[in-house]
Design a protein around this ligand. Structure first.
Ligand SMILES: [Zn+2]
Length: 467
């Protein structure tokens, strides 16, 4: 006991001495810590504000979805907003909310990171390239979207999305595959064995045909920033398909579901319901709304242990970043310095619906992915929470990088263009000795190339196997 007390005393003295030294030498330590904390609070608030707005938009889409369902079942006409407008344009407003929240913490103008230039280039492409981003006289969704995003980021912005899901015009072939350049850049050689792509290491890549670019959809379903991951499907294309038999009608399960979410009685149903009409399109959660536990190995970072079942949905995420100036510790004889610090925060809207069969609350996707609250007047998403950065699944891809479209549209695998980062990676790839060194690496490191966790589906893409 005595010995312990002695140790504590010695430790205290050391701490006090260290503190005194710090206080005498430099008061700006405090300044640096305080400005960093303020930035973290600001970017947390921004991500939460954006995620709340995502929840609001999904609630609105759910309400309209149910109103439309009610009208279809009753055989009445439905007049409501175009849901595409909510899911494609709505999240741009979430970016405005995020910036408002950061400004409340005093961040009037954050520093603008370099990536904003790539992003602004991309908006220019949307406005000017009618071939890649198609529009017609009556449909000007893409140019309107570019204008709204540019307006949301004018100012200049305090907060930017740290991750964007570009509606990327499809490209073909290895030369036009964004994920392949990720593999090259990250030196993620296990991709060649685990993805079953080892044949790519043989042969002559210079003989490959150029990439073909296919245009983006004319009616995009989701925004590139803070995507809601909504999909619009007809009855027959959705998970509801088997709940309807032509000539017989709707299943009992489906009838019960409709009665619960619309407040109707089975007697209200009309025979000529247009719900299963192939022309009627409904809002569903897309494939991104899968469970977290199927995406991550629970033994590994970032989630250890189990996720509460009602929260076990990946869904959509508001990923924000901010670059701010932090006062650097002042050195003797030197002027006060500052440095740039990049801070990110991810937040998610969260909610549950009633389990119509077993009782209790279940993930929002429980109703065959149909976007709906449990009862009329209820909300689906009731809160937003911060998520661990890195814990939200993101698909790999290089599409937001500056020069990507230039590369796939104008460069050729036969004659790479100097000064293009992708072409530089490609030229390296074309060297037979380079590909041989990859084969050698794989031979020596076959053990490391096993997917972790066993049992589960092998992951595709580069990063998990990077060395
Ligand atoms: Zn290129």
């Amino acid at each position: 006991m005595k010995a312990k007390k002695g140790q504590v005393a010695v430790y205290l003295v050391l701490v006090l001495v260290a503190l005194a030294v710090l206080m005498l030498a430099n008061v700006n330590v405090f300044l640096a810590v305080r400005s960093k904390n303020r930035m973290m609070n600001a970017v947390d608030a921004a991500a939460l504000a954006a995620a709340k707005y995502q929840g609001y938009l999904l609630n609105r889409i759910g309400e309209e979805n149910v109103k439309r369902l009610r009208a279809a079942v009753l055989g009445e006409p439905y007049e409501g907003p175009d849901l595409h407008v909510l899911s494609f344009f709505g999240p741009v407003e979430a970016l405005v909310k995020a910036n408002d929240a950061a400004r409340e913490w005093g961040y009037e103008t954050g520093k603008v990171p370099d990536s904003i230039n790539a992003f602004l280039d991309h908006l220019g492409e949307i406005r000017n390239d009618a071939e890649l981003y198609p529009r017609s006289e009556e449909n000007q969704l893409w140019p309107m979207y570019a204008d709204r995003l540019a307006a949301a980021l004018s100012g200049p912005p305090a907060v930017l999305p740290s991750y964007m899901e570009m509606v990327n015009p499809g490209t073909s072939g290895l030369f036009g595959s964004g994920g392949f350049y990720d593999v090259l850049a990250a030196k993620a050689w296990c991709w060649f064995t685990i993805g079953g792509n080892s044949s790519l290491l043989e042969g002559d890549p210079t003989s490959l045909p150029p990439a073909e670019v296919t245009p983006a959809p004319e009616y995009p379903e989701n925004s590139e920033v803070f995507s809601l991951h909504v999909t619009y499907q007809s009855w027959a294309d959705s998970d509801w398909a088997e709940e309807y038999e032509p000539g017989i009608g709707f299943s009992e399960k489906w009838t019960n579901f409709v009665c619960q979410v619309t407040g109707l009685e089975p007697a209200d149903f009309v025979r000529n319901s247009s719900a299963a009409d192939p022309e009627s399109v409904w809002a569903f959660y897309d494939g991104n709304w899968k469970t977290w536990s199927s995406t991550f190995n629970p033994d590994n970072f970032p989630i250890a242990g189990s996720v509460r079942p009602e929260y076990d949905v990946a869904g959509c995420v508001a990923a924000c970043m901010m670059i701010g100036e932090v006062q650097q510790i002042e050195e003797e004889g030197e002027a006060r310095k500052s440095r740039d610090l990049l801070i990110t925060a991810d937040a998610k809207p969260l909610g549950t619906v009633e389990d119509l069969e077993g009782g209790g609350r279940v993930p929002v996707t429980a109703y065959n992915r149909f976007i709906a609250a449990s009862r009329p007047g209820e909300q689906i998403f009731t809160e937003a929470q911060l998520a661990l950065v890195g814990s939200v699944p993101r698909s790999p891809g290089v599409s937001m990088e500056s020069g990507w479209y230039e590369h796939v549209k104008h460069h050729s695998p036969k004659s790479p263009s100097p000064g293009c980062d992708y072409c530089t990676l490609w030229s390296q790839w074309c060297e037979p000795s380079y590909r041989r060194s990859i084969q050698d690496w794989i031979k020596n490191h076959a053990e490391e190339c096993r997917p972790k966790g066993g049992g589960g589906p092998a992951q595709k893409g580069g990063y998990p196997y990077a060395h």
